[in-house]
Design a protein around this ligand. Structure first.
Ligand code: NAG
Ligand code: NAG
Ligand code: NAG
Ligand code: NAG
Ligand code: NAG
Ligand code: NAG
Ligand code: NAG
Length: 578
């Protein structure tokens, strides 16, 4: 049965752009990076270093804000920008977040980010409370959700992007003189986008559940204290409308309707978005019809048995975990606990078994060939996040401890336990990257001289998780090297959830307090990276290599009957970055 909410009686309220929980009268500000080299003297919960990391991770999103910035703004070097977004379609589409190191607003990865953060704040929400960051979480979520409501001005219209990615990539500079030609791209009932609509439904539903303080049944935690039933109901209404919209008209990926969106964030499928949207709707609305839909999409789109990465384009691994959580938390709604646990554990055990081992010890960064070749930290952090969440309901103590220790190893790697001695979060420690690929933070305006103009990045983009090192653990810290140094909304999302868990459950510091001053400078590789931003000299262009990789991949996929797998491996997202 297809879940059809009562659309006719829903009136979407006018979004507010003001934080509802009041922000502290003395704003919380990230401390200087040197604070990240001070080991804590007391082993207590909450650990102050993890609380700071959580605060910094949220602060990054504030730096990414678009539109009129409120009086409560904490990022002194940011200005109002793109305040006329939507004028081309007679709408106010100002606000929201810039996607990455550039100035497009991209709905599909934004909705993944919001879904991820709301889910994490449901599971480990007490971490935000203990760190005194719940007001900033509320502020961060509303800045995104309120914009998403504006981007959903009628039941069958959703704006999926503002600004053209190719034009935008031709601009490098601050936020004051952005190019004014910023077209707004929509999906609607004649140009549908099943994944984008369902992805937005999933974000609204996950956040509605958070704002209604629905616990996912964990005994150790509870949702962050930002309950607001009015806001939760508004979010749920948007979720229901968007889900119905996703099911109406031809089912297709959104870049089929809006080719411009394919430049940065082409989606590979929509079955995973339908399934996760239906599940979050089932949860937020306690709806057995939506739950039945989720089971149906799971079967219809063959989501079982997937070993895919978890990211903005590929949500299936989260579906298994959420099915398991619902079966435990609300047995009257959901069932098959052991079936979903078996599927989740198959997926996680395959990750564990895929890890290279040295003397039986798993080490190093989890690597997905293809997917990890740029923004290598993202797949690893997302896996660590899902395992940390799932470990709480694993079937055996041995599995629980294997998942938690794997996740811990990945997080330690990201926070400095790596051959570079680099914690890959900007401004967290003196060894953190100093050249994140961010036009607004760089202070430069010469696209031909990104690395040298100015020599030192103008502003510290506190809390930003950068792309990450290459397969040989090398990190070059070069501003124009977007595969390694770019920042993005979705890169930070798992770090919030992981940091919140550590705030509430970890007395020891993040790894980086152990690093010596100058450790990264000593480990830093010489020479240049070898990636799409710095093509290296092997006789083949990087485009030719990608093409060969795809052909080899396709042959393998056909032979193994894994068609579709390689679609995930070709990340179109950053082929158009510098
Ligand atoms: C949170 O605020 C309380 C009350 O002001 C304070 O005692 C505590 O130290 C703060 N916690 C953190 C981690 O900053
Ligand atoms: C914001 O404006 C100020 C004052 O004009 C300028 O110094 C600063 O660089 C601007 N910020 C960005 C991100 O361009
Ligand atoms: C529907 O969306 C398509 C693709 O963005 C667009 O070309 C078309 O103008 C839209 N239709 C309406 C009525 O706005
Ligand atoms: C709850 O959210 C609504 C809608 O944003 C807002 O108007 C109201 O002030 C909020 N209430 C509280 C107690 O925060
Ligand atoms: C969800 O619905 C079921 C069945 O209608 C009911 O038993 C249960 O109490 C509901 N839970 C909540 C939280 O409303
Ligand atoms: C139970 O879970 C498994 C995943 O292990 C799934 O394939 C199966 O369809 C589920 N069965 C039902 C009745 O939902
Ligand atoms: C907290 O740590 C303990 C001991 O490692 C573990 O059993 C528990 O599951 C952890 N809780 C969370 C939320 O990770």
């Amino acid at each position: 049965m297809i879940y059809r909410p009562f659309l006719s009686c829903i009136f979407l309220s006018i979004p507010s752009v003001i934080a509802q929980l009041s922000l502290p009268s003395t704003p919380w500000q990230p401390p200087d990076a040197s604070a990240g080299s001070q080991a804590s003297v007391q082993a207590i919960v909450p650990n102050a270093q993890w609380a700071t990391l959580l605060g910094n991770s949220l602060y990054f999103y504030e730096a990414q804000r678009s539109g009129h910035l409120p009086a409560t703004k904490r990022v002194s070097w940011r200005n109002d920008s793109a305040v006329n977004d939507g004028a081309d379609v007679n709408l106010d589409l100002s606000g929201g977040y810039y996607d990455a190191g550039d100035y497009i607003k991209a709905t599909f990865p934004l909705t993944f980010t919001l879904m991820s953060i709301c889910w994490g704040a449901t599971d480990f929400g007490r971490g935000y409370d203990l760190a005194n960051q719940t007001e900033y979480l509320d502020d961060m979520l509303r800045w995104g959700l309120d914009w998403l409501m504006k981007a959903h001005p009628s039941s069958t219209t959703l704006y999926v992007q503002v600004a053209d990615a190719n034009l935008d990539n031709a601009y490098w500079g601050g936020d004051v003189n952005l190019p004014t030609d910023r077209p707004s791209y929509q999906i609607n009932n004649t140009a549908t986008g099943t994944d984008a609509a369902a992805g937005a439904a999933a974000a609204f539903a996950a956040c509605s559940a958070l704002y209604s303080s629905r616990s996912l049944g964990s005994s150790f935690s509870s949702p962050a204290s930002l309950q607001n039933s009015t806001y939760a109901a508004t979010l749920l209404a948007h979720a229901q409308q968007l889900y119905s919209f996703a099911l109406s008209g031809p089912q297709q990926t959104y870049q089929t309707a809006v080719p411009e969106a394919g430049t940065a964030y082409a989606s590979s499928s929509f079955g995973d978005e339908l399934a996760i949207a239906a599940l979050f709707l089932a949860w937020a609305g306690n709806s057995s019809d939506a739950y039945a839909d989720a089971q149906r999409w799971y079967a219809q789109y063959g989501l079982a048995g997937s070993d895919a990465v978890f990211n903005w384009d590929s949500k299936t691994p989260g579906v298994h975990v959420l099915f398991s959580q619902l079966a435990l938390a609300e047995p009257s709604l959901a069932g098959n606990l052991s079936g979903w646990q078996a599927e989740s554990e198959r997926y996680f055990d395959n990750i564990l078994n895929s890890q290279e081992t040295t003397k039986g010890i798993r080490r190093g960064l989890l690597w997905y060939p293809g997917d990890s070749d740029d923004a290598s930290l993202n797949p690893a952090l997302n896996a660590a996040m899902l395992m940390t969440r799932y470990a709480q309901i694993a079937t055996t103590p041995a599995k629980k401890s294997a998942y938690l220790s794997f996740a811990q190893n990945q997080v330690d790697y990201v926070l400095g336990n790596n051959p570079m001695s680099a914690p890959y979060v900007v401004g967290s420690n003196p060894n953190s990257p100093s050249n994140p690929h961010s036009a607004m933070a760089s202070g430069g305006n010469d696209i031909g001289q990104i690395d040298t103009s100015p020599p030192q990045e103008a502003y510290v983009l506190y809390g930003a998780v950068v792309g990450g090192p290459d397969k040989k653990d090398r990190f070059y810290n070069i501003r124009s090297d977007w595969p390694e140094t770019e920042v993005a909304l979705d890169y930070n999302a798992p770090m919030l959830t992981l940091a919140a868990m550590h705030v509430l459950n970890d007395t020891s510091d993040p790894y980086y307090t152990r690093l010596q001053a100058g450790a990264y400078e000593q480990s830093k590789p010489s020479g240049q990276p070898c990636d799409p931003a710095f093509p290296c000299h092997s006789g083949l262009s990087s485009g030719a290599k990608i093409a060969i990789g795809v052909v080899v991949g396709l042959v393998g996929a056909v032979l193994l009957g894994l068609a579709g797998y390689y679609a995930y491996q070709v990340r179109k997202r950053r082929q158009f970055r510098y």
